[in-house]
Design a protein around this ligand. Sequence first.
Ligand code: NAP
Length: 544
Amino acid sequence: MSDQPEASSSVDAVIVGAGFSGLYLLHRFRQLGLSTRVFERGGDVGGTWYWNRYPGARCDVESMQYSYSFDEDLQQDWTWSEKFSPQPQILAYIGHVADRFDLRKDIDFDVEVTAAHYDEGARRWTVETESGERVSAQFFIMATGCISTAQIPTLDGFDAYTGRTFHTGNWPHEKVDFAGERIAVIGTGSSGIQVIPVLAEEAAHVTVFQRTPNYSLPSRNVPMTEEYERSWKDVYAERREEMRYSGHGSLKDLNDKPALSVSEEERQAVFEDRWETGGPAMLGAFNDILTSQEANDTAAEFVRNQIRRIVKDPVTAELLAPKTYPIGTKRICIDSGYFETYNRDNVDLVDISTAPIERMTPDGLVANGTEYAFDSIVFATGFDAMTGTLFNVDIRGRGDTALREKWYAGPRTYLGLMSEAFPNMYMITGPGSPSVKSNMVMSIEQHVDFVIDSIVHMREHGFDLMEPTVEAEDDWVDHVQEAANKTLFPRANSWYMGANIPGKPRLFMPYIGGVGVYRRICEDIVENGYKGFRFEAKAAAAAE
Ligand code: NAP
């Protein structure tokens, strides 16, 4: 990019992405009086909730908690209609926030950022878009989310297939009519588990191709009651503060007893109660489910038995019951009638755990030596999570260091916020932060506030460059792995570990030490003069 023409415009900050992160960043940058451009590849605000509009898409963090907390009037005014919000309502909420704070006028939609290069002399980033526009900025922020690069597996014959194909993470905007169709769904993660029951209601037949079964818990979603809403809104500020220092950024009922400290009878009663409560409550049934294999086995067996109880055909039930990894170490799924769907006459399960789908054909696909014909194939095959979207942009820092090359063996960040050699570049909920192991909106707000406070700090001290030190970054990378190794998480082939993408390094990418713990670490770093970061003043640079 260095041989190309100068940037055509100059701003204080360029933000990539207009989801929860980008919008709040823009709002805060404006309050600081900084000029800002936001580039968004979608046609409107919303990020994840703009793209993942497949039937049945729903958040599995409670509505009262999965929302911004930065503005008291906003959180008091907005009303959710269900305990767990459906995608259209979350998208409407994000649109409301954009209107309420008049954010759209600084956002360029349908614009893909292709490159961002750091100019050491000027101490500025040049950000380039697909159309060739080049913008110079002091600060460059990737607010691109953790799960935003949809992944369709490479299959021979893909182009020859004559039916329709869809990916849950890139779903059409107009309603798709599946009535009377034979549909394949490939993938049984959170997205597959949500879309399958809805498609089964509409289509003539649904065939599910399952590589790995997932533990899924019933959501027990219910309409929002005025009473429940009031119970939150009356004390919203206090509840939000509690969430900020909680384990996962949301309030959950966590039992502080180890699973094996109680009798078998009591343990089963606790599990039953959690299963009836619904949502992710099961993982908090005892305090060691994610750290002790023995404790985990008891919860896993309970869920397997629920599957065996719900699914009438014993062979299908056994295929749906996960046995190869501890419960909770692949992202727990929350469903509405998922296992019950397999009792329908128009739903079949095909186990592809021992041999992958062989190829696609003009009519469908071949698996386990059998040829299947489909009118539509739905890929619920997930994402190149945490790093994929960062790598889609050619990001180059000091010394022309490419982010992709620096991270070839896995992401290297300090706090999941910045990476050495990339001054003044921030990642919101980047790898090495609680991110996907937390209530994302809470973590987004914390990171945005950290970035804004850092910039205020720089202004107050006459600095114009901020960057982590190599030592701080190395220590943090080690700490992230140490935290993961104290849990059972590394035992699963999950996307947390990069295991769903062929060739991706295997290591646990989010920080599992806890949202409150992480927040305190960040606060301590700030109180100690931004320990682990180095700053440079403009005058010093000019003198060099
Ligand atoms: P995912 O969890 O990565 O699931 C992808 C599924 O596709 C897995 O079952 C995977 O099998 C399968 N798969 C991938 N490649 C395949 C291949 N080549 N052949 C056959 N099967 C293949 O993706 P996701 O369901 O889209 O969910 C991603 C994340 O988004 C979730 O974990 C969650 O964090 C978030 N999400 C949240 C919600 C919610 O809030 N309710 C809803 C949707 C998504 P393997 O397991 O064997 O890899």
